[in-house]
Design a protein around this ligand. Structure first.
Ligand code: IPD
Ligand code: CA
Ligand code: CA
Length: 273
């Protein structure tokens, strides 16, 4: 395995083990709100420290953008690690076992490696640009689902910023009409990993952050899936609007979603604004 990917796996497993140690003591944790419906616990911070500690020791010259690290602008360094130490904090805080560690490495603007680790199921998803994506050692492929009939989609509700409710529920209504079901599981990183491994046929969400999606985007792409923003472009890291599916279903989802795109969705403020 690529040495940087190996190091990312080590860091993700260490953070996942740490998170699992707190699962039975959630009621003892200090929990605070970073914003409306946006909670964070000391476990998020400890997990991030664990990851950054391991990676910065191995790669002292690399830059880090971690959700809990207080960095607001994408650093311009040659190598940047993008880290969500605990994706699905609300689930974690409720003992709802759907959360993950997500780590990606960006090199000169490209996502080079991605690791998503689900510590409850002990499932490790990895991707290396140009070399495919795996779940443990199994090579991942997106589904071959061609139509909405029978398709299972994933989504996330825009609960932190409810200005987009009308746009979102328009999209939801369209996609609910003909599909077999829509799941809102609560961890965007796992949603993407689950599209990559074929547990869901597609996924869309408004306003995600780079640390929610960087690793998952690479997983889906390396599993043969398509990832775009809501207009079919590549501005998903900038806008946070992610639409992903297999190559047959993606255009159908795009046609359903695009009519609901507003200027407010199109021009999300940059990180930190
Ligand atoms: C959240 C999860 C959730 C998504 C939110 C994210 P967090 O990440 O990925 O599924 O709907 O928008 O912020 O806050 O638990 O790391
Ligand atoms: Ca997240
Ligand atoms: Ca998080």
């Amino acid at each position: 395995m690529d040495p940087m990917l190996t190091m990312a796996v080590r860091a993700a497993r260490a953070a996942g083990d740490l998170i699992v140690r707190y699962v039975d003591r959630i009621d003892t944790l200090n929990i605070s709100a970073k914003g409306r419906n946006d909670f964070v616990s000391e476990v998020d911070a400890l997990a991030e420290q664990e990851i950054v500690g391991i990676l910065s020791k191995a790669y002292p010259s690399h830059a880090f953008l971690g959700e809990e690290g207080g960095r607001h602008n994408l650093p311009k360094g040659e190598y940047t690690w993008i880290i969500d130490p605990l994706d699905g904090t609300t689930n974690f805080l409720h003992g709802f076992p759907q959360f993950a560690v997500s780590i990606a490495l960006i090199h000169r603007g490209n996502i080079e490696c991605g690791v998503i680790y689900d510590p409850m199921r002990q499932e490790l998803f990895t991707a290396k640009r140009g070399s495919g994506a795996t779940l443990e050692s199994r090579r991942l492929r997106v589904t071959k689902q061609k139509a909405f009939t029978g398709a299972l989609l994933g989504t996330g509700f825009p609960f932190k910023d409810q200005r987009h409710n009308d746009a979102y529920f328009g999209m939801f209504r369209e996609l609910m009409k003909d599909t077999a079901g829509i799941r809102r599981a609560g961890s965007a990183a796992l949603d993407l990993a689950w599209v990559a491994c074929g547990r869901m046929d597609g996924f869309w969400e408004i306003g995600l952050m780079p640390w929610d999606i960087a690793a998952g985007v690479l997983l889906v792409q390396e599993a043969g899936g398509i990832v775009t923003d809501f207009e079919g472009g590549t501005k998903y890291l900038e806008t946070g609007n992610v639409l992903t599916a297999n190559p047959k279903l993606h255009p159908l989802m795009l046609d359903a979603i695009r009519p609901y795109v507003t200027d407010a969705l199109r021009y999300k403020a940059p990180l930190g604004d």
